[in-house]
Ligand binder design. Structure first.
Ligand code: BGC
Length: 414
């Protein structure tokens, strides 16, 4: 973020109302444009509408939110901030630093958010002691999704639990005439796969050292080299048209029996749900082989800008944190609720697994922010990592070069 330019522009906008600021409307930037995402968001929209709050949608597709953040920045610079925006990880901290986010302390106190939201999330939702974000879900990235009928036709009878078994299963699926791995060739998606591959290759401690602590020894290690080699290994199972494919189109290939597997965050579950597919009958969900016990999480939050329609903003924040929305939204979205204690009864088998894996990892110190989703490193480093990971996956650079470039990118000043 160009901090100086932004700071000057921001100084002027605080307190400026959105055009025709009426109390009962919200204008919301988000990147939930797929079928499953839109269905989940409808839960929140309906709830607000039933209370007389009108929803104005500003959807900007693209996982990780890079495009949405570009639009948000432009709008804020132009003195036209939205009521609210979806946001992730270090982006939240960046915006909080600019002093333009609404303070949610009184709502947080009233709703006892501090007792309900996991501590790991609060590190991002609270800035300098003030609540500045309302978390709606907890996703995680170290998942694999598989079509059961495709696996059966390929002679694969259960989910692989080790890397070698996974590669052997991918081979079988390919031999049976299917696409092994459905990939959307966009750098954020390749980075999403890499989260799981790094945990699988080096274990949770290694992931933490490399991606949370940015430890040069871990980044520059034989383990990281192996992780990149595994990315090249995975590339053997993609189809020729993977470049720039949207993530939900790749999920669709698994749903429609074109591909065996997809490695994607559990928003993919939202697509299976939307297609009325049933876990363990139509599809399998399992942790990236070798990563069971670890969760690389990202929590979608909404932040609110200092515009004058505060009543509608308060309503929206309270709705997000209500048990009704936390349960209803996440059952469709494929995520775990951001509030501990939300009943898990209405979630399907994969949703329940997300909830119990999250609790396990939180308890055992193996819950880490996802690098690919902006919860491990600040945006500048994340984007540099994306670039290296994508070029290696696409065969433009060797795994050896990728290791060096990744380590160098981590040294970049932020
Ligand atoms: C968000 C998810 C979203 C996915 C794909 C991720 O960055 O956290 O909520 O479904 O992108 O759009």
């Amino acid at each position: 973020m160009k901090k100086t330019v932004l700071a000057i522009a921001l100084a002027g906008i605080v307190g400026i109302p959105v055009a025709s600021a009426q109390d009962k409307q919200v204008q919301v930037i988000h990147w939930w444009t797929s079928g499953g995402e839109a269905a989940a968001l409808q839960v929140l929209k309906n709830d607000l509408q039933s209370q007389g709050v009108q929803w104005h949608d500003v959807p900007i597709a693209g996982g990780g939110g890079a495009q949405a953040m570009t639009t948000l920045r432009a709008r804020v610079l132009a003195g036209d901030p939205p009521t609210a925006s979806q946001m992730l990880g270090f982006d939240i901290t960046d915006w909080a630093k600019q002093g333009v986010l609404k303070n949610l302390n009184s709502l947080a106190q009233k709703g006892d958010w501090a007792a309900k939201v996991p501590k790991a999330l609060q590190a991002f939702d609270v800035y300098k002691g003030n609540w500045i974000a309302a978390p709606i879900d907890v996703h995680s990235t170290n998942w694999v999704w598989a079509n059961k009928a495709v696996l059966a036709k390929a002679g694969v009878t259960s989910a692989p639990t080790t890397w070698d078994q996974y590669i052997a299963d991918l081979e079988k699926v390919k031999k049976a005439g299917f696409i092994g791995l459905a990939v959307g060739g966009q750098s954020w998606q390749e980075a999403t796969m890499f989260d799981g591959v790094v945990v699988s290759t080096g274990g949770p401690e290694f992931y933490k050292k490399a991606f949370i602590d940015l430890d040069q020894k871990a980044l520059n290690s034989a383990t990281m080299l192996k992780a990149f080699e595994r990315m090249s290994e995975l590339h053997k199972f993609v189809d020729p048209n993977y470049a720039n494919r949207d993530w939900n189109v790749a999920t669709g290939m698994v749903i429609n029996e074109k591909a065996g597997f997809q490695m994607m965050g559990d928003w993919a579950l939202g697509e299976f749900n939307h297609a009325k597919k049933v876990p363990n009958k139509d599809f399998l969900c399992f942790r990236t082989p070798g990563t069971q016990g670890t969760v690389t999480y990202n929590s979608d939050v909404f932040v609110f800008f200092n515009v004058k329609d505060t009543a509608a903003q308060n309503q929206m924040a309270e709705d997000i944190m209500s048990p009704k929305v936390q349960a209803g939204f996440n059952q469709l979205k494929g995520a775990a609720p951001a509030e501990l204690g939300t009943p898990s009864a209405g979630f399907n088998a994969c949703g329940q697994k997300a909830i119990s894996d999250l609790a396990y990892a939180d308890k055992h110190g193996t819950l880490f922010g996802s690098m690919s989703q902006g919860y491990a490193v600040p945006p500048a480093i994340k984007n540099a990592f994306y670039d290296v990971i994508a070029r290696e996956f696409n065969g433009e650079i060797t795994p050896q070069a990728a290791v060096k470039q990744l380590a160098d990118a981590a040294k970049a000043q932020y």
